[in-house]
Design a protein around this ligand. Sequence first.
Ligand code: G3P
Ligand code: CA
Length: 321
Amino acid sequence: MSDFNPRRVILFAAAITSSWTALLVIDCLPTQAFAQYSKKTIVAHRGASEYAPEHTLEAYRLAIEQGADYVEQDLQITKDGVLVCLHDLTLERTTNIEEVFPGRYRKVSHAGVSEKHWFVYNFTLEELKRLDAGSWFHKRFSGVRIPTWQEAIQEIRGKAGLFPEIKTPEIYGLHGFDMERLVMEELQRHGLDQPGADPETPVVIQSFSVDSLQKMAVDMKVILPLVMLLGERNRQWVSPAGFQKVKEFAAGIGLEKSILRGNPVIVEWARNAGLSITPYTFRSSRVGKGFWNVRAEMAYYLYTLDVDALMTNNPDQFPDP
Ligand code: G3P
Ligand code: CA
C-alpha cells in the first residue's frame, strides 16, 4: 500500500473489530468525508442579484425568501479596516461615488489609457455609508447602503449559510491588511469559525487566491470548508493532478461553468480527488447557449453533469430533480 487511504484503514478496522459502528462509518464515507454539501445546494450569487442590487441587505433578504441555502458575500476592506460586502475593488459601478466624492479618484493607466477609479481602500466606513448603492440598479432601491460584513452576518444568520469570498487579498496586503485574519476574527466574534458551530448557518470560504487558501488551511489551521475558485485565469489547475493538489488545502472547487460544459469529465476528476464542485454563475439575464432558460440550464448541470451546488443570481429558478 503506497498511499494513505482512509477508506482502506476503516475497512481494516471493521474487519478486526466486527464493529457495527465502524461499518456505519464506511457507509457514510463518500458523502460525509469528502463534501460539505448533503443535497443539491443553492448559493445565491451576490444575493438574489437579478432582482435587487447586488450585495445589499435587500438582495440577501430576497435570496433567503427564495430558498437560498447559502448567501454569497464578496469582501473588500475600507481604509479603516472594516470588511464590507462589494464585488469590485472600486466603487463607481455600483454606487454614486462620483457625485459624492468627485475629486477622490486615483488615476490608473490601463492598456495605455488613463482611467479614474475610486478604490474602496481609500474610503472610511463612515464615508462609504454616505453612498447610494441601490439607484444604479433601480430607483425603487434608492438610498440603500453598502453593508458591512458584520451587518450581513447578522441579517443572514439562522436563515441561511454564509459563502464569503476573499477578494484580491494580495492587493489588501499591500495596504497593510491581513484579510484572512480579519475574516476569521469576524467569524470568531460570531462563534462561526468551526464547522457545525451553528447548524442553521454553515460557512464556506472561497477564493481565487491559492496563497490565501493555503495560508488559511496550513498556517491558520482553519477547518471550515475552503473552496478554490477556478476560471480562465487559473485554468492550469483544472486537471486530475491539479485537483489532487487542490485537495491538500481545499474541500471543493468553484468552477466557471463554460469550462465544465466543454469538458464534463471534470466532475469525475473532482469526485476522484474528493472535492465538491460548484459551478458559477447562472443568471436569467445571460443564459448559456442552447438552453431555453436559466432553470433548464441549472437542471442540466445539477442532474445531468451531477454537480453538488450552483451559484446563481436567481435562487427562485433553482430546479427540483
Ligand atoms: O465566487 C464565485 C464567483 O462569484 C466568482 O466570480 O467575479 O462574481 O466573484 P465573481
Ligand atoms: Ca464571488
